[in-house]
Every structure is written in C-alpha cells, then in structure tokens.
Design a protein around this ligand. Sequence first.
Ligand SMILES: Nc1ncnc2c1ncn2[C@@H]1O[C@H](COP(=O)(O)OP(=O)(O)OP(=O)(O)O)[C@@H](O)[C@H]1O
Ligand SMILES: [Mg+2]
Length: 328
Amino acid sequence: MQTDPRILDNAAILTTNRISKIYRTGFWLNKTSQSLKNCSLEVMPGETFGLLGPNGAGKTTMLKILLGIIRKSAGQATLLGKPIGDRQTREKIGYLPENAYFYDYLTAWEFLDFTGSLFQIPKKRRHKRINTLLDTVGLAKEIAKKRQMRKYSKGMLQRVGMAQALINDPDLVFLDEPMSGLDPLGRFQVREIILSLKEQGKTIFFNSHILADVEQICDRLAILSKGEIICTGTLSELLGTEDRYQAIVRGGDQTQLKKWLPDLQLREGKWHGHLVGDQQAFLASLNLMGAKLMDLKLARPTLEDFFIEQIRSHDPNAHIEENLQAIA
Ligand SMILES: Nc1ncnc2c1ncn2[C@@H]1O[C@H](COP(=O)(O)OP(=O)(O)OP(=O)(O)O)[C@@H](O)[C@H]1O
Ligand SMILES: [Mg+2]
C-alpha cells in the first residue's frame, strides 16, 4: 500500500493513521479478534509520550506494529518520516520489550557487547558505549562484568534492558512497561533515566499502567480502551487546571448522593466522591439525604481519576478494580 504523502510531510517523528489490527485466533485460525481500531497518533521530536490503557487494551500490539514485529491489518504509520519497516530507520530506534528475555548465563557486559555487535558498532566504540550506559542506568561495572544475569534482581535486569535499548544511541526509544515489577526506588531510578534521556533530546514512547509515574514524566499521552484511542493531549489539556472538591460522607441514599458525587465509591463504610455542582447547595441537601459530612477538601484531579472516568464511560464493564490492583 502507498503511504499517504501528507504523512511524510509531517514534522512528527512518529505518526499512525487509522491503524487497525485483527488477530487470527482459535486452533484453525478461523476466528478473529480485533485488538486495534483506527488508531491515529502523532509524536513530535523530543517528546515523552505515554500510551496508557487497562490490561488487554492493545498497548503492546501498537508498539509491536510500530517496531515491525507484527503486521498491521490496516492503516499507515511512519517513524522518523519513513514508512514503518524501513531498514535505516531501525538503526535509530531502541526498544525495551514488556517481558524482556535475557541470556541467564551471560554477564550483563557480555550481553550488551553482543547486542552492540548486532548493530556492528566497532569494538572500541562499543566498549566505551557500554561503560557510559552502565553509568547512565546505575549498574556497577564490577557486577556487570563478573556476575551472570541469572543472579540479578528484577530491578537490575530492567536496568540491563534499558542499557540494551540504548546501545545504538537511538533517537526514538520504545519502552513497554519500563516500571512494572519494580519497587519504589527502582521506579524512581527508571524515571530518572527517562528524564535524562529526555534532556539528551531523545523521543520516548512508552506504555504504562503506573499512572503516578506517567504523570511525572509525560509531555503528552493517549488512552487506549478496547483497541480505540479515546483521548489524547497534554496533562493540563486532559485534566484541566481547575481544582475540585472531594467529599467523604457517612450514610445517605446512594442514588441521591450519586447526583452530587457521580464517581461515588464506598470505602471502609464511608462514601467518597468528587463534588459536581454548588458546594453550599450540596451541604444544605446532606440533611435531607440523611447523610453526614465527614470531610470536604480541595483536590486536584489526578491522572488516575481521569483515567478511571474515561475508561468507565467508554467501557462500563471494564474491570476497573482489577486494573487498579495492577497499578498498585
Ligand atoms: N498473538 C496474539 N494472538 C491473538 N490475540 C492477541 C495476541 N497478542 C495479543 N492479543 C490480544 O490483543 C489484545 C491486546 O493485547 P496487548 O498485549 O496489546 O494488550 P496490552 O494493552 O499490552 O495489555 P497489558 O497491559 O496486559 O500488557 C488482548 O485482548 C490480547 O488477548
Ligand atoms: Mg502489554
């Protein structure tokens, strides 16, 4: 299929235009399941872009299509101004897979040396690069050289994965769930690495469930739900800049309370929700509803609130609680 010339004119480093993916499934491959539906995105050079969505939304599928690992069923996409799959473009791209597989019996140094040789980086330059990368990702050289990777913690392996993704000094880096499975310190360190890449002018495209991290590092984001992009924008475009009141009440009728607090949730015997409407009128109506106010405070909308609202309105049957557990 010919690429739409308008896409190639664009200054964006990554574009997708109505990308769809239909997987063939079942023993005879006679069933189909649609994982992406008409997804259009644009990422500008130097941006840190987050693709968010619940489990099974299609985030990894999108990444794999962009990297040429699987084929799209329809639509068009470009990376660095060229249609996806272009050989020269691949040399300027880095990728950290979701469940990176490492050679257990190699040391990190041997593994990175091997990856660097696949890019045909000359030995001297390769070794210099590995030393720099070990510093960047905070992995001790002594350990990287001597210890086999089967003896590494999850956090250390994730750092090796980041170093591997950067071995060819890419302009555009794809990270699939870079913080997943890491403890708070590990997540902090990965965030720092991403921010330092951003300072170097790299473009980062990453998938994540961990909304607190996304909030701290993303310039722009898109939310995928059941294969569809349901919103895209900067954090302030999506969350707005206005504060909202958060109320906690005890007792009262759920249906009536929901008119004031549409995102009502019962936690430890109390109702929690964000107030919609006039604060004074709400306070006056509490008595009539048989409810008692426990707390009312100003709360900035968080990405998590926004995410849940968006996913619920697009897919009322989404297993929000399950996904939230995955986030925690
Ligand atoms: N090889 C495949 N064959 C058939 N269906 C697939 C295949 N890979 C993924 N899918 C389906 O496509 C949908 C999207 O999967 P994908 O892995 O892209 O989701 P995800 O958003 O990355 O989820 P997670 O957050 O769990 O990593 C899911 O319903 C999944 O079951
Ligand atoms: Mg995934």
